[in-house]
Write a protein that binds this ligand. Structure first.
Ligand code: 4AD
Ligand code: MG
Length: 429
C-alpha cells in the first residue's frame, strides 16, 4: 500500500510503499541510510545489503540528492530517526535521476537561491514558511466565511488608481489604457452596499521602485468592507481578526514555527485589546526617541520599527494628517485636518501590516477630494453613485499577506513568503 510519510504512525509493522525524493544520505559499511522526503515530512529508509537484491543495492548506493524513487519496506518506530519512524527497505525503484543538484546542504547566497526558486522551495525551511502561508490564507478565509461575510471578488484590470498614481502598472487594453489593481477596496465599497459585509482576497500590484525587505510588486491582500461600520468598529475588527489568525497558526503550525526557530512567546502575546494611539501621539514618541522624523509626514520603515518597539503586541495608529492619506478617507468631524484612517504595525520591526479606515460617505466631500487629487472624474462616476444612492457610513481595511507571514514566521525579508516573489529586479523564475 502506498502511504505518505505523515501517515507512518498508523502503519507500524506493516509493509508499505513510499514515493518521494532523496533528501540526504549516509553510508556505513553494508548499510545505506536514505532520508526521503515526500512533501509531508522526512523519513529515514534504511537499506541493508543483506535484505535487498544486488540491483536494488546498487540503486541505493548510487542514489543522488533529489533523485525520485519508490521505496517498499516495513515501518518501525524509532525515536532517533527524523519524524520518529523508519522504513526497513525491501526493494527500491529509481523513478527519475537527479544529476548535480545545485542546492547542497552548504550555505548559498540569496540571489543564487532566488534564481533557483523553483528548486529552493524543496528545502525544509521553505516548506515551513509555505505551510504557514497556506495556514494563514485558510485562517483568513475561515474568519470571514464563518462571520457572514460574502466573498466579493474584485477585478484585476482597472481604469484608475486607488492608492496613488506613482505605483501603477500600466498595460494596453484594446487601444485603451488599463492598470493592474493596487487594491480591491473601491469595489468592496460597492459590495458592502449590496451584501452588507464583504471581502476580497487576491493578488494586488504596485510598481514599487524601492528595494526594501517589505515590498513586493505583486502581493496578496485581504480586504473586508462593512456597511454601517465606523473607525472604532474597523479597529475592533482588525484586532480581533489579527488575534485569530495568529492563534490559528500557533495552534496548527507549531512544528513549522519550531523549524523556523520562531520565538513563540512573542506570538502568544498577540491578544486584544491592541494599543491604539493617534498619529500625534506616535509623532511625540518619535520625537522623544530622537529620530529624524518630520511632523506631518508618513512614517518611514525605521520610524515604524521604533514605534512598534514601544509595545509588546501590534499597535494601531489612527487619525492621520489628511494630506498624506488617500482621497477616499473620511475626515474627522472633530478635526477636519485629520482623516479617519488606521494603520496597524506588527511588533518586532515587521512594519505596517494593515491599512484601512472609515470612508468618505458624503457626495460633495468626495467630489471635492477627487478634484483636489487630480483624479480623472469620469472613472469615478460609478464610485460616486454609491454616495448618490443610499450612502451610509462604512469602513474596511487591507491586510498584506506576505508581511503578515514574514512576521508570524519571524523571517526578515518578505521575498521568502510567496512561492515566486516579484520585485523590481526579479521577474524570474
Ligand atoms: O495601506 P495600503 O496601501 O491600503 C490599501 O491599499 C487600502 N485600499 C486597503 C483597504 O482599506 N481596503 O495597503 C494595505 C496593506 C499594507 O498595510 C501592507 O501590509 C500591504 O498592504 N502592502 C504591501 N505588501 C507587500 N508589498 C507591497 N509593495 C505592499 N504595499 C502594501
Ligand atoms: Mg498603508
Amino acid at each position: 500500500m502506498r502511504i505518505y510519510i505523515d501517515q507512518a504512525s498508523g502503519h507500524v509493522g506493516e509493509e508499505v510503499e513510499i514515493a518521494g525524493w532523496l533528501y540526504n544520505k549516509r553510508s556505513s559499511g553494508k548499510l545505506r541510510f536514505l532520508i526521503l522526503r515526500d512533501g509531508t515530512g522526512l523519513m529515514q529508509a534504511t537499506v541493508s545489503q543483506a535484505d535487498v537484491s544486488e540491483e536494488d543495492w546498487a540503486v541505493a548506493d548510487e542514489l543522488t540528492q533529489e533523485s525520485s524513487l519508490i521505496a517498499t519496506g516495513t515501518i518501525t518506530e524509532d525515536a532517533r530517526a527524523p519524524g520518529g519512524y523508519e522504513l526497513h527497505v525491501k526493494s527500491l525503484q529509481l523513478v527519475g535521476r537527479s544529476e548535480d543538484y545545485p542546492i547542497t546542504p552548504k550555505e548559498h547566497g540569496t540571489e543564487f537561491l532566488l534564481d533557483r526558486r523553483h528548486l529552493w522551495v524543496r528545502s525544509q525551511k521553505q516548506h515551513a514558511i509555505l505551510r504557514v502561508r497556506a495556514e494563514v490564507i485558510s485562517a483568513i478565509r475561515d474568519y470571514f466565511d464563518s462571520r457572514g461575510y460574502v466573498l466579493f471578488d474584485a477585478p484585476m484590470f482597472t481604469p484608475n488608481a486607488v492608492e496613488g498614481t506613482t505605483t501603477l502598472f500600466e498595460t494596453e487594453y484594446f487601444g485603451a489604457r488599463a492598470y493592474l489593481t493596487q487594491s480591491g477596496q473601491l469595489y468592496q465599497e460597492a459590495g458592502c452596499m449590496s451584501l452588507g459585509k464583504v471581502y476580497c482576497f487576491g493578488p494586488t500590484f504596485r510598481a514599487e521602485k524601492s528595494k526594501t525587505r517589505r515590498h513586493l510588486t505583486e502581493f496578496w491582500m485581504v480586504e473586508p468592507e462593512v456597511a454601517f461600520m465606523d473607525l472604532d468598529g474597523v479597529m475592533e475588527l482588525a484586532e480581533d481578526f489579527t488575534q485569530e489568525v495568529v492563534a490559528r497558526v500557533l495552534d496548527r503550525r507549531g512544528e513549522e514555527l519550531k523549524t523556523l526557530e520562531r520565538n513563540i512567546a512573542a506570538l502568544e502575546r498577540v491578544k486584544k485589546p491592541f494599543p491604539r494611539i493617534t498619529y500625534d501621539e506616535a509623532a511625540r514618541i518619535l520625537k522623544e526617541k530622537g529620530t529624524d522624523f518630520t511632523y506631518g509626514s508618513d512614517f518611514g520603515g525605521a520610524d515604524e520599527t521604533v514605534l512598534a518597539e514601544q509595545f509588546d503586541r501590534p499597535v494601531m495608529i489612527h487619525r492621520w494628517p489628511a494630506g498624506i492619506k488617500a482621497f477616499y478617507m473620511k475626515r474627522d468631524p472633530d478635526d477636519p485636518t485629520r482623516s479617519l484612517g488606521v494603520d496597524m504595525l506588527a511588533p518586532e520591526g515587521y512594519g505596517e501590516i494593515i491599512g484601512g479606515g472609515q470612508r468618505e460617505d458624503s457626495l460633495e466631500e468626495l467630489e471635492k477630494r477627487i478634484e483636489e487629487h487630480n483624479l480623472p472624474r469620469k472613472f469615478f462616476e460609478w464610485y460616486l453613485d454609491l454616495r448618490r444612492y443610499g450612502t451610509v457610513p462604512h469602513s474596511g481595511f487591507g491586510l498584506g499577506l506576505e508581511r503578515t507571514v514574514a512576521w508570524i514566521c519571524g523571517i526578515r525579508h518578505i521575498r521568502e513568503t510567496i512561492p515566486f516573489p516579484r520585485m523590481m529586479y526579479r521577474l524570474e523564475p
